[in-house]
Design a binder for this molecule. Structure first.
Ligand code: ADP
Length: 469
């Protein structure tokens, strides 16, 4: 079944990243625009206010120096010079009555604001107003202020040029923003595509693998970023899966091979007896051989089951206090006769008592396997030495022999199920002893290490923690 399904563009990570990128960009630009706009408007208003105040100062100086008539004519001249649609002046009494003004034909709509007059009288300082006039797009800034203790001035100035500037600013901003948002979306899309392309490579590899090609690997770009880390981790996981699958395949091949030999033998014995045998002793011999072969098969199958159970964890172990020194001595004694037959000297240097918590039968099996191997793979005249020591809350048992040794190529594999080195194939065995020994050591929280030199001998060192399991 193919994992490739058409993906809706709107559901893609790249699309959502682009949307976020463009959204955040637009929002921050709008905030920047608002700030900038507010700053410009208040700056312009302040400038207009300054201009109006300068006018008031000029007129009050003129009033003091040359009298009211000079001010009246100056107001008319100034308004005409600036443009009657731009500036106007009104001279007012303290009650707000107009007694002189510039040309007001254009400013009919702007009246005298009584509240502003009261405010000027109350505070003594100038009062500003912004007024929107009908039929005009821009606004008018109006100032009320004292010219003398008895005369007030109302002066207004159109903010037309500022409005034009702000309108142009808005126009340019909107056009620039539209362009930048489109550009940010394109850049965002490009960046998002770059970011997710690594993830897509992982997905493509996973799809190829699900199609059956476990050799595929994700290309690592050596950028050492998160995507590279993902690719490296993914590749490591694939390596591990591949190794495991190879091991499982080898193991099942080995099981098939090891099952086939005894079954073939059983069949051969039965066939020969049936075709040639006539007497009861011959049938009895066939039955005995069949039982023997079946026992070997059962032993193999049972060992495999025990390894699986032991590897599954400590729950399958019996916890009891055991004297490891005693068990090591027992193992040596058990194989003493076989060693003697082969002409191998077995020595056992273990303390009287060395206690730890564990499963007696399992530890017994582990020690037996190691001592049995040491004798099995040591030629006549050699020696096997078992020692036991304690350090840092650990018990260390070593089984050393002067046997055939293990080649460096075989050394990393001897703990695998059914693995047997070529030079030891002449000896009986099924290649499960060390797997079981290691599973037992690990289930007790310990481990087994091996050092070996070909044709010189090997040393297996088991480390077991003394604490309770
Ligand atoms: P087997 O039933 O073949 O002894 P093991 O799992 O006990 O299975 O050992 C696996 C292989 O490791 C053996 O076939 C042998 O080649 C190698 N081996 C184990 N112990 C020794 C040893 N003491 N000296 C040399 N080779 C050993």
């Amino acid at each position: 079944m193919s994992l490739r399904r058409p993906i809706n563009l709107r559901n893609t990570l790249a699309f959502r990243l682009t949307l976020w990128y463009a959204g955040v960009f637009t929002l921050s630009s709008c905030i920047a625009f608002l700030l900038f706009y507010t700053l410009i408007t208040s700056f312009m208003r302040e400038r207009t206010d300054q201009e109006l105040l300068v006018q008031v100062n000029r007129f009050s100086t003129l009033l003091a120096a040359e009298g009211i008539e000079a001010v009246k004519s100056a107001a008319v001249i100034d308004a005409t010079a600036a443009g009657v649609k731009k500036v106007f002046f009104r001279l007012l009494s303290l009650r707000g009555q107009v007694f002189s003004s510039s040309n007001m034909s254009y400013w009919q709509d702007i009246l005298i604001n009584e509240k502003a007059i009261k405010e000027v009288l109350r505070s003594g300082g100038p009062v500003f107003q912004t007024i929107s006039v009908r039929d005009r797009n821009d606004e008018v800034r109006v100032l009320y202020a004292f010219l003398s203790p008895t005369i007030l001035l109302q002066v207004g100035q159109a903010m037309e040029s500022y409005s034009r500037f702000l309108d142009a600013f808005k126009g340019i901003f909107i056009a620039t923003m539209a362009f930048l948002i489109a550009l940010s979306a394109v850049i965002g899309w490009f960046m998002a595509r770059q970011a997710v392309s690594g993830v897509e490579a992982v997905t493509r590899t996973a799809q190829k693998i699900s199609g059956g090609t476990l050799e595929e690997r994700v290309p690592v770009k050596a950028r050492e970023d998160e995507i590279d880390q993902l690719a490296t981790t993914f590749n490591q996981m694939l390596d591990r899966i591949q190794t495991l699958l190879t091991e499982i395949k080898e193991m099942s091949d080995n099981i098939a091979h090891d099952l086939r030999s005894p079954i073939t033998r059983i069949r051969g014995i039965a066939e020969v007896t049936l075709t040639t045998g006539r007497s009861l002793p011959e049938y009895e011999a066939m039955a005995a051989s069949t039982i023997e072969e079946c026992d070997r098969l059962l032993d193999m199958i049972n060992t495999m089951l025990i390894i699986s159970k032991t590897e599954a964890g400590v729950d399958h172990l019996v916890r009891e206090e055991i004297d490891l020194g005693g068990l090591a001595r027992e193992a040596c004694e058990l194989f003493e006769p076989a060693a003697e037959d082969k002409g191998i000297a077995v020595s056992c240097d273990v303390p009287d008592r060395s206690y730890l918590t564990g499963d007696t039968r399992m530890i017994q099996r582990m020690l037996s396997n190691l001592v049995d191997n040491a004798i099995k793979y040591t030629p006549p005249g050699g020696s096997v030495n078992v020692t036991l020591g304690e350090s840092d809350g650990e018990v260390v048992i070593s089984v050393k022999d002067t046997g055939i040794g293990i080649s460096p190529n075989d050394l990393p594999r001897i703990f695998e199920r059914f693995y047997r080195c070529d030079q030891s194939r002449s000896q009986g065995g099924i290649g499960l002893g060390l797997s079981l020994a290691r599973a037992i050591a690990r289930a007790h929280g310990g481990d087994i290490k091996v050092t070996s030199t070909l044709n010189e001998g090997s040393m297996f060192v088991v480390t077991l923690p003394k604490m309770k399991i």
